[in-house]
Structure formats: C-alpha cells, structure tokens
Design a protein around this ligand. Sequence first.
Ligand SMILES: Nc1nc2c(ncn2[C@@H]2O[C@H](COP(=O)(O)OP(=O)(O)OP(=O)(O)O)[C@@H](O)[C@H]2O)c(=O)[nH]1
Length: 470
Amino acid sequence: MGSFSKAKAGQRIHRERTQPEKRKKFGLLEKKKDYKKRALHYQENEKELKKLRKSAIDRNPDEFHHHMVSSKLKDGQHFEKTIEDEDTLLQKQLSDVKDLEYVKNALYTEKKRISTMKSELHLMDVAGPSQAKHTIFLDDNEEVRRFDPVKYFDTDVALLGRKANRLRNKDLSDKRILGATTKQGVKEAEQEAQIRYNELSKRINRAKELEVVVAKLELKKHLAKEKGNELRPKKIKKGKANRAAIYEFPLSQLHMGDYDYLIKFLALGDSGVGKTSFLHRYTDNTFTGQFISTVGIDFKEKKVVYKSARGGFGGRGQRVLLQLWDTAGQERFRSLTTAFFRDAMGFILIFDITNEQSFLNIRDWLSQLKVHAYCETPDIIICGNKADLENRRQVSTARAKQLADQLGLPYFETSACTSTNVERAVDCLLDLVMQRIQQSVETSGLPLAECRGVSLDADAPPTAGYCANC
Ligand SMILES: Nc1nc2c(ncn2[C@@H]2O[C@H](COP(=O)(O)OP(=O)(O)OP(=O)(O)O)[C@@H](O)[C@H]2O)c(=O)[nH]1
C-alpha cells in the first residue's frame, strides 16, 4: 500500500453535525465548522443590507437632481463645488490664455537649445574611468613595433586616453568642439561639461514645466469656447503641478443642429512636409514657421457652406462641418495614424517640393491608403507644398503633375506660408466628397433629408463619419 493510501485510510471522515433547534436563531451558516464567527458576519451583512434598502426607499429625490455631493447650497441655489488646481509659480505667472503663443514660442526655443546643447555635449564629453579595453590584434611583432595609435585612431594625441567619444581629426577640424582640441583643453572641457550638464538639466526641467503650461493654457482656451454651452465639460481630475486638469467633454453630437454634414478629411505625408502648417493656414489663416513635429494625431475644425457648381443638393447651400485630421509623419507613429484612415472620407496627400524623397514616398502613402482607407479608391488630392521656396525646388511642377495624372488625382502646388492654393485644394476635395455623397444618396433612392448614416462605399459599413447627423 502506498503512503498516500495509508494516510487516507487513517483519516477520519468529517461529518457536518445537524443544527439543534435552539440554535436555529443563528441562521443557516451556523452549521459550518466556524459557526459562531460566520453566523455573526452573516447577520452583520444582513443588517447593512437592510439599512441600504431603507435609505434607498427614503432617498431625497433632490439629491439626484442637484447632486448634493459635489455641489453646495447658497441662497437656496445649488452651485458646483469647484476643485482648485495646483499650480507652480511659473504656471501662475503664465496663466493668461493670451500668453499661449508666447509660451509655445518659449518652449520651442528651449527645446531647440536643449538639442543643440546635447549635440555639443556629446562631442565634448570625456568619458570617466572605465574598465573598457580596446584590443587591437596585429599579425607579428614587427607590426606591433610600427603600430601608431594616433594614426590608427585618426585622432589627436591628447584624446588617445579617452575610452569613448574619441574624436577623429576630421571632426576636430570641422566641428565646433568645446575646449577639446588640446591636452589642457581636455581637462578644462571636463569642468565645462559639468557646468553645461547642470545648465542642460535646468533647461530640461524648464521645458517640462513649459509643456505643462501649454497644456493648461490650451485646456483653458477650449473651456472658454464651451462657456455658453448648456452641457459644459466636467472636471474629472484636478490639475497638478505636473499635468493639466482632466475634463470630460460632452460628445460633439451636441453641435448637431449647427450643420448638415460632418466631413472628415485627413492630411498625410512625410514628416516636415507642412501638414500641420497647411491645416493651420486653412482653419485659422495663420503661419508660424515653427516646426513642432506632430505627436500621434490632432484635429482642427472649420464650418463651411458648400454649394454644388452642378446644381446638386437641390441647388441649396449645405452647411458642412469639416473635421481636418492632422497625422504625424514620423514612422514611429505609423500604426497609430493608419488606424484613423478608415474614418476619413477624403485625403490630402502632401509632399514637399523642396524634398524629393517626400515626393518619391507618395506611392508608399497611397498603398497604405489602399489598405487602411474605407474603400480602395477614396477621394484624394495631392499637394506639392512649400511652393514659395522656388529657389530650393527639387520636384518640378511637370513631374508632379505627370504623376498625379497617372494616378488620376488632382494636383495643387500650395504654400502654407503664402496661403497659395490652400483653400482651392480643400474646396476641390470637398467637392469630390460631396459629389460622392450625392451619388450615394441617389443610388440608395433616399431623400437627402433621410440619408443619415449612408455609406459611400457599397461594401463599407455605415460609420459616423460619412454624413452629417449620423
Ligand atoms: N516656406 C515654407 N515653409 C513651410 C511651409 N509649410 C510648412 N513649412 C515649414 O516646414 C516645417 C514643417 O512644417 P509642419 O507643418 O510642422 O510639418 P508636418 O508635416 O506637420 O510634420 P510632422 O508633424 O512631423 O508630420 C515648419 O518649419 C514649417 O514652418 C510652406 O508652405 N512654406
């Protein structure tokens, strides 16, 4: 017999004893082994539940109307309790929305300075004591004797002792390297590096703080827009020194009555071609000349009245809310941005006429669109941006036009800087999309007023983006 079976054989069978009549008052659970404890716990829970049921029956309906928990009564009126944000001194000083552009500018300058400092420090950095060894294998003793490390490493003799950042002679002559060109200089450079590292860390902290200020001011700007709105955004988390407050904005459907169609366009193209500037020019008619690379995705809105030149929509002007999505051109955001392609109805494919590679990448962008857009042949326009920089042009108008003709897409040479053709390009895309909507409505046989949720593509399911009030 195995040890387990032996142990089993000797084990006493536990039998639950019956509950005597006089103990019935402790409830059913009292039958279990730790009967007293469990019974008391059970009774406590029962009591609590009884209390809750009672308070639910006796509740004051006003409490729910006026949510007394987060509001207070003053002169018979309920007011929202405000949650005060925590601001640092700098955040308090720059708390006016009018400062937004100034702060953005300061942040941009700070970031630029940080990147310059980083590149300078990288070159001047003298590695401290390190265990690292650089072993060079040579064929024979003769070669060892003739070996010249200065020649081999192509560096200055003063830098031979370095384990890292051992600069080549070419770098030493080409680049501005702080105090690292002579033997004494290397030592001084170490001290200077320390000073600069301190400055760099201060600047990084300031940039971080400015980022928070920008976030807080932008939030303030959005909130100011919603001031007259009945369903105002609700604060969920209070602002702290390191982040802006978090608000819950009611769905944009609240603005439904204001327009007939909601049309989503998406701008895409390589980083730096001017997507953000193009959309800024179209929506706000501004151009800053700054390059702050878009992170992930952003959007802007503009209301326009569309009137079909062919007498479509019964010859009546249609109020359109254009939602213009700005995507990040950087490769690292690609999977995030392509996820937004499906919701867009029209695409503004932008390249930079002063950057040939951005033009060559147009075909890649089109193949991405083929995979991720709502259908294989969505409405697209191609824009050759920065047309004002004629002297730096790398892609001729004829070449770009030829490609656009091959692809069967409209082509515009635009400039976000001088605003050339920006509005014309968007109007053209809007016209294409509105024609498609009109055709789609006609083939579905629905009157226009009932075309809510109509899909532009026979295979694609209806989505909110396709038509107003969907
Ligand atoms: N001269 C000139 N400069 C432009 C024009 N459009 C954009 N720029 C500049 O080009 C740089 C990049 O512009 P952005 O609009 O930030 O580029 P983007 O395509 O949005 O870049 P990502 O956000 O990284 O994808 C900025 O410095 C702009 O000022 C233009 O039409 N003319």
